[in-house]
Design a protein around this ligand. Structure first.
Ligand SMILES: NC(=O)c1ccc[n+]([C@@H]2O[C@H](COP(=O)([O-])OP(=O)(O)OC[C@H]3O[C@@H](n4cnc5c(N)ncnc54)[C@H](OP(=O)(O)O)[C@@H]3O)[C@@H](O)[C@H]2O)c1
Length: 165
């Protein structure tokens, strides 16, 4: 099972503000959809609560929560990451989609990172992606998009693989 983290981060590793994303980048939404559709996505309960239309369609939604008896429409709820991962052993690749608490706990286990690096700082941000050590990661691909009328900032899709050498 390949464990992949996927996140959109600002210049200071910001990922969210007041329970929401940093900004709206339609091309990043499409990128996220293209990469995760048909696969399992794992998220913290707060990220699930922040999804505007609830569970993400055409994906197996897994929510991590300590709340006993929490039910989430369209999602399976597990009380720990370990218990969730036990159910996913047959998956070829699973996607950890946030938020900060869940990224922090899964970064040490991650095989791949799909990062959208937004070329802007967000001073009001209150949640952050954990620091990564560049020596631990090899860049597989990098694709930069300029700002335009639909995208207030330029951004770069970066795909990284853990350096096992
Ligand atoms: N930029 C991005 O790519 C991106 C992606 C995703 C999310 N976000 C942003 O990130 C923010 C949410 O992140 P967050 O760190 O506040 O919350 P989170 O990681 O989404 O969820 C935290 C919750 O997950 C549960 N949890 C965490 N660790 C657990 C464990 N070991 N065992 C059982 N349950 C556990 C707890 O739920 P209970 O309280 O129910 O027990 C905890 O309150 C939002 O602003 C969101 O928009 C950004």
């Amino acid at each position: 099972m390949t464990i992949s983290l996927i996140a959109a981060v600002g210049k200071n590793n910001e990922i969210g503000c007041g329970g929401n994303l940093l900004c709206h980048l339609p091309a990043d939404m499409k990128h996220f959809r293209d990469i995760t559709t048909g696969c399992t996505v794992v998220m913290g309960r707060k990220t699930f609560d922040s999804l505007p239309k609830g569970a993400l369609p055409n994906r197996r939604n897994i929510v991590i929560s300590r709340q006993l008896n929490l039910k989430s429409v369209g999602a399976e709820v597990y009380p720990s990451l370990d218990k969730a991962f036990l159910q996913l052993l047959n998956d070829e690749e699973i996607f950890i989609i946030g938020g900060a608490q869940i990224y922090e706990q899964t970064l040490p286990l991650a095989d791949k990172l799909y990062l959208t690096k937004i070329q802007a700082a967000f001073p009001a941000a209150d949640v952050f992606f954990p620091p990564i050590n560049p020596k631990d990661w090899l860049v597989l691909s990098r694709e930069t998009h300029p700002a335009d009328e639909k995208h207030p900032y330029s951004f770069t899709f970066v795909e990284l693989k853990r350096n096992t050498i």
